[in-house]
Design a protein around this ligand. Structure first.
Ligand code: CUK
Ligand code: CUA
Ligand code: CA
Length: 642
């Protein structure tokens, strides 16, 4: 049976969605960029030969039982608010990392420690219970991952979180002032001034939505007073160091390997409020930030602050930065409503894709530096190639062999194009053919990434297409389907589809890291927890008025107290230290009817605080299977009537 016969409609579902998406845009009368798009040259010749190839037919995606994957995939989880870890090539999911969400397996958002990271209101409730993670990037050393930390954005509530690479747990979250829609995020790769600092010390965050500055109810009907800020966080302290006021918005962020520039694509240079306004200009921009100059300006006191925030804000708007020699920002014009921006592993280029133009723009880093030095006529002269690659280009990844791979959302394809050929074509060489291969993906890809592709160690082994619709690729599970992560072998001339992996909504971006880079710890260090119950004999109950603190230990298959008594109305805090030393010997602690549930890993201490408002007997039990007597692992909480 062919793909066609499996489909219920006459139309293949792929072309159905592609056409309706196009029609939607055309119907709004806004199809200029798309309708004027010609079929890219050589498309027929490069028809994918491998679409629909059965997973594992080449044996490349198979990881036999007992064997380990070659790569860690650290992925965002979209509006689930979490992050995830997968293995490649198997596609197996190893871990979900709660970050901006609440997780009742782990106790994230339930324990005092996680609440302190998430942030609480004066009444002790969580400030936010939701989040939207899109972009996760790691710490760098010498141009490649060092495996120490990962940072992820929260588009919903304007935050940046850090995840430790040794435990894969979130250890800090920072609220970013003066912005909304914290979308793009990238780490720096070296210091712009001190070359000895060849590792990550800054994290950059772009803001997508423009808002009144300050956003306090004034100026809501004065769009000209709205603004967007680019933020820099200290990678170590996670404090916001400075912000830059820009024209337009910011979407994705990328950084240069020389540490000197950060870039962000802008689809709304029009500062439009409605989407038709956001699509009105023929060109938007990729904005470059001159990090050293911005930090000099901050040092020299050339900044303002906004509202109650104390973060220094410098002015990066074009009108104030007309002189290249002092400019903090450089706005490189690119075709309308670009989406992704990605740095090539050789450190030379940034690719910024068209979305509403069938092109990808290639910007040369050296030329952006030249513009800042006053040696280039216009910002547009930084563009060295703009190949036509297909409909709806979003994100670009690299193989380290001079090729770029761009996702085509509307065409449901990945297009492989050669950077040198694209540059030659742009210079007028009519024989140059940038597009070298295409492959169908299923369906509507968003991000695509390659193994080690955002480092100098790009190895060109795998490309992963993160598809937004799976439709017929998996068993249907109701109106909402799994998404398809498709693994493509890019080691040869032709791309070969090797596996479909389902993903729960909704990973956006991910990074593929060689497994030797990641060094996780096996157990915690009890000394890292000031309230640890170090000796089970030191377990105790402390009362201070109606505040009761229980210091408890666990060791399979028992808690150190068989029972503990509190009085109705008490505010109870329980510290639980897990004394088991064996890797993975985690215990849980659930209190029925009190909405308490969390785990403690070996040698870890966690705590919860709640009001004992219901009298009676409550069997606190171990929720995490740990021992043959796991079910017997219980302690009685007796809440005495007042
Ligand atoms: S965005 Cu989601 S597919 Cu947030 Cu990186 Cu492009
Ligand atoms: Cu301890 Cu289950
Ligand atoms: Ca626009």
């Amino acid at each position: 049976m062919t793909d066609q016969e499996l489909l219920p409609q006459d139309l293949s579902r792929r072309s159905f969605l592609g056409k309706s998406a196009l029609a939607g845009l055309a119907g709004a009368g806004l199809s200029v960029g798309l309708a004027s798009c010609k079929k890219p040259e050589g498309e027929d010749a490069a028809k994918p030969a491998t679409a629909g190839t059965a997973a594992g037919a080449h044996g490349r995606a198979e990881v036999a039982p007992g064997q380990l994957d070659d790569y860690y995939i650290i992925s965002s989880g979209g509006h689930s608010g979490e992050c995830r870890i997968f293995g490649i090539p198997s596609g197996r999911e190893f871990k979900r990392i709660p970050v901006f969400n609440i997780d009742c397996m782990n106790g994230w958002g339930i324990t005092n420690e996680s609440k302190a990271i998430l942030g609480t209101r004066p009444d002790g409730q969580l400030k936010f219970k939701t989040g939207d993670t899109h972009h996760i990037h790691g710490s760098y050393k010498d141009g490649t991952y060092d495996g120490k930390f990962f940072w992820v954005n929260d588009k919903l509530n304007a935050r940046v979180a850090r995840i430790r690479g040794d435990t894969f747990e979130c250890d800090k979250i920072t609220d970013i002032p003066n912005i909304q829609g914290q979308h793009g995020l990238f780490t720096d790769k070296r210091d712009p001034v001190d070359p000895a600092i060849n590792y990550t010390t800054r994290v950059f965050a772009g803001a997508e939505f423009h808002i009144p500055l300050p956003n306090n109810g004034a100026d809501v009907d004065a769009p000209e007073k709205y603004g967007c800020l680019f933020s820099c966080l200290d990678a170590e302290t996670m404090e916001v160091r400075w912000q830059v006021h820009v024209d337009g918005n910011m979407d994705l962020v990328a950084t240069s390997y020389d540490g000197k520039l950060a870039a962000s694509n802008q689809y709304n240079t029009e500062n439009g409020i409605h989407y038709e306004d956001m699509m009105s200009a023929e060109r938007d921009a990729c904005v470059f930030f001159n990090i050293a100059r911005i930090e000099e300006a901050v040092k020299a006191g050339k900044f303002t602050t906004i509202g109650t925030s104390k973060v220094p804000v410098v002015d990066g708007r074009a009108a104030k930065n007309a002189d290249p020699k002092t400019a903090l920002t450089c706005y490189v014009p690119v075709p309308k409503n670009p989406h992704g921006v990605n740095a090539s592993p050789d450190g030379k280029y940034f690719a910024c894709s068209g979305k509403l133009s069938p092109t990808a723009s290639l910007i040369e880093l050296a030329l952006v530096h030249k513009w800042f030095d006053g040696e280039l006529k216009t910002q547009r002269d930084c563009v060295v190639a703009e190949p036509e690659i297909g409909l709806g280009p979003l994100h670009t990844a690299f193989d380290g062999r001079g090729n770029a791979y761009t996702t085509l959302f509307l065409d449901s394809q990945i297009v492989k194009w050669n950077i040198d050929a694209a540059i030659k074509q742009f210079k007028g060489d009519k024989t140059a053919q940038p597009v070298v291969d295409r492959i169908d993906v299923h369906y509507q890809p968003g991000h695509g990434w390659t193994t080690m592709g955002e480092t100098k160690e790009a190895d060109g082994k795998f490309f992963n297409s993160g598809n937004k619709f799976s439709k017929d690729r998996f068993l249907p599970v109701g109106p909402l389907h799994a998404e398809t992560e498709q693994l493509i072998d890019i080691s040869g001339d032709k791309m070969v589809l090797v596996a479909d992996h389902p993903a729960y909504s909704e990973p956006h971006d991910a990074i593929g890291i060689r497994r030797d880079v990641i060094k996780t710890r096996q157990v915690y260090n009890m000394d890292d927890f000031p309230n640890a119950v170090k000796d089970p004999k030191s377990q105790r109950i402390e009362r201070n008025g109606n505040k009761v603190t229980i210091y408890l230990a666990s060791q399979a298959p028992a808690y150190s107290m068989r029972e503990f008594k509190v009085k109705q109305g008490d505010e109870v805090t329980i510290f639980l230290t897990n004394h088991d030393k064996v890797e993975d010997l985690t215990h849980g602690f659930g209190i029925p009817m009190y909405d308490i549930n969390f785990v403690v890993n070996p040698q870890e201490t966690k705590s919860v605080t709640f009001k004992a408002d219901k009298p009676g007997v409550f069997w606190c039990y171990c929720t995490h299977f740990c021992h043959a007597l796991h079910l017997e692992m219980r302690s009685r909480m007796i809440v005495e009537r007042r």
